[in-house]
Unconditional design. Structure first.
Length: 311
C-alpha cells in the first residue's frame, strides 16, 4: 500500500510523454536492436527512454510503434528528438511524432521527419545517433554566439502591476483645538525612490537595450533601465538593474479651527510585470527564432498622503 502511494505521488509530479515512431516501408528498414529516445525542448531534454513494448517486435518495416512514458523533466515547448542505438542493424525512420501532458493538459503532436533519410546504426553508411526537429532551424538551438539579436520589443501596454507593501515615511500632528483660527504645517520629506528590473532568460545571451517603462500606477519619476550586453557562460541568466533618484516632497497639513488632525505620508511599493519578445537571427543559416518572456520590475516611486481628524 505504501509503495503504491509513493508511486502515485511520483507520477503526479511527472510529465507524461507520448511518442509515435514510423519506420520506412523499404526493404531492411527495420531493426531488432535497442532504440533510445530523447526529447528536446525550450527548457532542456529528457533522460533517454528505451523504446520497447514487452512481448512485441517493435520497429518492423513499414510499421508505426507507439510508446507512452513518464519523465520528471518538463522540456517546455517540444523542438527535436534524438534516436540512438548501440546495435549494428539498420533502422530507417520515416518520422517521429511526440506529445506531452502536464497536469491533465494535453499537447498536440509535434511531427519530425527524417528528411535526409539517415540510417541509424553502428556500422558503416549510417550513424549511431539521429537528431531530427520539427523545424530544421531548431537543431541550432540553444541560442549562443552564432545568433544575433535582430529585434526586441517590450509590451508596456500589457504590463500588470501588483501592490506589494506600503511603508510609513512621514508623520505630523497639527493641533488647533484651542485655536479660533486654522493652523497648518507641512511634512518635509526627502527620500530615494527606485525602479528595479529583474530580467530572466532561459537560453542564450544577455542583450543590449534601453527602455523607459510607463506603468499603470501613479509614479513620481520614470527612469531608463539599462540592460548591458555580456556573454553568458550558461544557457540561462538573470540580470538585475536598479534606477534610483533622490526627491523632495512638501505635504501641507492643515487643521481647521477647533480641530486636531494627523497627517501620514506613505511610500507604496509595486511589482510590475512587462512582457517582452525577441527575434534572433542565425549568422550563417537562414534561421530565425522567436522568444517571449516577462520582465519583472520592483517600484517604490509612489508617495501618498493620508489625513485623519484626531478626536
Amino acid at each position: 500500500m505504501i509503495s503504491l502511494l509513493l508511486l502515485l505521488l511520483q507520477t503526479s509530479s511527472a510529465v507524461q510523454y507520448k511518442a509515435e515512431v514510423k519506420v520506412s516501408a523499404e526493404n531492411y528498414a527495420g531493426t531488432n536492436d535497442d532504440i533510445f529516445l530523447t526529447i528536446h525542448g525550450t527548457h532542456g531534454s529528457t533522460t533517454p527512454y528505451l523504446c520497447d513494448t514487452p512481448w512485441y517486435n517493435n520497429f518492423r518495416r513499414g510499421h508505426e510503434d507507439q510508446f507512452q512514458f513518464f519523465r520528471y523533466e518538463d522540456v517546455g515547448e517540444i523542438l527535436c528528438v534524438t534516436l540512438t542505438t548501440s546495435g549494428t542493424d539498420y533502422l530507417l525512420v520515416h518520422h517521429v511524432a511526440v506529445a506531452k501532458e502536464v497536469y491533465d493538459t494535453a499537447d498536440n503532436y509535434h511531427y519530425m521527419f527524417n528528411k535526409e533519410r539517415v540510417k541509424l546504426t553502428n556500422r558503416d553508411y549510417g550513424q549511431p545517433s539521429l537528431k531530427i526537429c520539427e523545424d530544421d532551424c531548431y537543431r541550432y538551438l540553444p541560442i549562443d554566439s552564432n545568433w544575433i539579436l535582430e529585434d526586441m520589443d517590450y509590451n508596456t501596454d500589457r504590463g500588470i502591476s501588483h501592490p506589494k507593501s506600503t511603508v510609513e515615511v512621514g508623520k505630523l500632528i497639527v493641533d488647533a483645538i484651542n485655536s479660533s483660527t486654522a493652523q497648518s504645517s507641512s511634512i518635509e520629506l526627502t527620500t530615494t525612490i527606485s525602479n528595479k528590473m529583474s530580467y530572466t532568460h532561459q537560453q542564450g545571451e544577455t542583450v543590449s537595450n534601453t527602455v523607459t517603462f510607463s506603468a499603470n500606477i501613479p509614479k513620481v519619476v520614470s527612469g531608463s533601465i539599462q540592460i548591458s550586453k555580456s556573454r553568458s557562460d550558461s544557457n540561462s541568466f538573470t540580470k538585475v538593474n536598479v534606477v534610483t533618484e533622490s526627491v523632495a516632497f512638501s505635504f501641507p497639513c492643515r487643521a481647521g479651527a477647533g480641530t486636531k488632525v494627523k497627517c501620514l505620508a506613505y511610500q507604496e511599493k509595486y511589482q510590475l510585470e512587462v512582457p517582452y519578445s525577441q527575434t534572433w537571427k542565425h549568422k550563417t543559416q537562414n534561421c530565425r527564432y522567436h522568444v517571449e518572456g516577462v520582465a519583472n520590475i520592483d517600484s517604490d516611486s509612489n508617495i501618498t498622503l493620508e489625513v485623519d481628524e484626531v478626536e
